[in-house]
Write a protein that binds this ligand. Structure first.
Ligand code: XMP
Length: 506
């Protein structure tokens, strides 16, 4: 495997994803929390950073365990750090570059530069520049404005590059990363979804033996893939619990439960709709709603889990981005990111936690799911928030409002599927507004609810843009909703991006 030391760059996770795309396993660690080195570590990549190497509190990396022992690649800050460490000069200069640049004077005999075409486009994002390199540094590529775009330190397998090979705008970046991994570090490219499945099944069998494990299924991709993987490893010793909180999509509970059973999972469906709805009665504040749903879920889940005799483990669908320790950009201390899926274990469930997917990125979870034979429809489902329709009903929640919103949402989502738009949208749903407006139906005036439709494009939910759905599609869906859903007489489409708007309205 490859280690990536994170110095706080926004691109660190992207480096990891590129390495894994090349079927090489890698791990990200904060630069100041280097793990004990195992023999399986074949090389090191040092990331970029928001700091300048000349800042007093800039990351100082202890490379003694790596240099001359294995290949090292410094990217941006990583390259500048090595240059400065060895006596070079790095300064903010007039030749700073942001955006596209092109490689010139590529030293084609350098192993790092194999197959890099002349004029290759690269992505630059740096304020400082390496102005003077130490004597044993050999420059292996330049750009028009930056002489030291890539270097090799003679006598060791250490390289530095000023550009970011991990971003798509660096058109031959993947080739360069491949050169480093395969030719320089001699990694074998055998980390694939299938090998992950095989290895994990073996590890889980060794770890869990004959123990019983309980898992909460949500219908989402992460918990589903976790369940199937564990079920392959330990069969019916995996006890899955799928709770209906009454705030799921129309027919979702019954439909997904059927699918789970069809996949051979040992799953129990628990319909706790009434318990959730009565706990939510009269509550309008969004954070209150979230807290109540979280609390009732734990109560219901705990009741069910304690009914399983001698259960020893709680399985969770935690994924890698939830557990990567992030480097604080305000100071050099490493902090652990808090996230709603992590550490949510209540004290009274004294179970050991097992998280078989906590080394995978989201796209890898889908590929593993595919390798496990899970239906593409289940793997391609839009994300859906844990509190469900509760945060899409603005104001207080009643069974009638849930029913109305379920009908509206189903017409919208089914419409997207029928028009082959579902897969080009990252997330879609409907919102019931606490607003009534006047309409006419036949000879009568109506005074009914307004619903908003929302569909966004995104890669991780952090930023999002509204989808320019075709007008004729919107017209058709709006018509269907108003004609078929009693209580709704007006449909609007949300055309706000995130930021500044969020995806959900609450
Ligand atoms: P926002 O509204 O913050 O949403 O732009 C970003 C993503 O997070 C989901 N979301 C939640 N998921 N519990 C969840 O499990 C929540 O309380 C919650 N709030 C928002 C939202 O659906 C979107 O995918």
């Amino acid at each position: 495997k490859i280690l990536i030391l994170d110095c706080g760059s926004q691109y660190t996770q992207l480096i990891a994803r590129r390495v894994r795309e090349l079927n090489v396993y890698c791990e990200i660690h904060p630069y100041n929390a280097i793990p004990e080195l195992e023999d399986s570590v074949k090389g090191l990549i040092v990331s970029g950073s928001p700091f300048s190497v000349n800042d007093v509190d800039s990351p100082e990396i202890d490379l003694s365990a790596f240099r001359n022992k294995m290949p090292v690649l410094g990217v941006c800050y990583g390259a500048q750090y090595l240059a400065k460490l060895d006596g070079g000069r790095v300064e903010a200069s007039d030749t700073r570059e942001y955006g596209r640049a092109h490689l010139e004077e590529i030293q084609s005999q350098s192993p790092l530069m194999q197959g890099m075409p002349a004029n290759s486009q690269v992505w630059m994002s740096h304020g400082d520049t390496i102005l003077k390199t130490p004597e044993n540094f050999e420059i292996i590529a330049s750009t028009r404005d930056v002489r030291v775009a890539a270097y090799h330190i003679q006598g060791e397998d250490t390289y530095g590059i000023q550009f970011h090979p991990e971003v798509y705008h660096s058109t031959d970046g993947l080739q360069l990363i491949r050169n480093f991994l395969v030719d320089i570090c001699q990694c074998s490219q055998d980390w694939t979804p299938i090998s992950f499945v095989e290895d994990t099944i073996e590890q889980m069998r060794a770890k869990l033996g004959n123990d019983r494990v309980v898992l909460g299924l949500s219908g989402g991709v992460d918990s589903t893939v976790t369940a199937v993987l564990l079920s392959e490893a330990i069969g019916d010793n995996l006890h899955c619990i799928f709770v209906n909180n009454g705030l799921l999509r129309k027919n979702e509970f019954e439909g997904v439960l059927e699918q789970y059973k069809g996949m051979g999972l040992n799953v129990k469906g628990v319909d706790a709709s009434d318990r959730f709805l009565s706990a939510l009665a009269g509550v309008s504040d969004p954070e209150q709603k979230r807290k109540i749903i979280g609390r009732v879920f734990i109560e219901v889940f705990d009741d069910e889990a304690s009914a399983i005799k001698e259960v020893k483990w709680l399985a969770q669908g935690t994924i890698y981005p939830d557990v990567i320790e992030s480097v604080s950009v305000k100071g050099p201390s490493a902090t652990i990111k808090s996230h709603h899926n992590v550490g949510g274990l209540p004290d009274f469930m004294k179970l050991k936690v097992v998280e078989p997917m906590n080394t995978l990125f989201k796209d890898e979870v889908r590929r593993v799911g595919s390798a496990l034979g899970i239906h593409p429809d289940l793997l391609g489902r839009h994300p859906f928030p844990g509190p469900g329709l509760a945060i899409r009903i603005l104001g207080d929640i009643t069974a009638e409002k849930v029913r109305i919103l379920q009908e509206v949402d189903a017409l919208f989502i089914n419409g997207l599927r029928e028009h082959n738009l579902y897969d080009s949208v990252w997330q879609a749903g409907a919102i019931l507004l606490p607003v009534q407006s006047v309409g006419v139906m036949g000879d009568e005036r109506t005074y009914e609810q307004v619903v908003a439709l929302r569909a966004v494009e995104s890669t991780d939910g952090m930023t999002a843009d509204w989808v320019h759905l075709p007008y004729n599609f919107l017209a058709e869906v709006s018509n269907k909703i108003i004609n078929r859903v009693k209580g709704v007489n007006r449909v609007v489409y949300d055309i706000s991006s995130k930021p500044p708007a969020t995806i959900e309205w609450e």
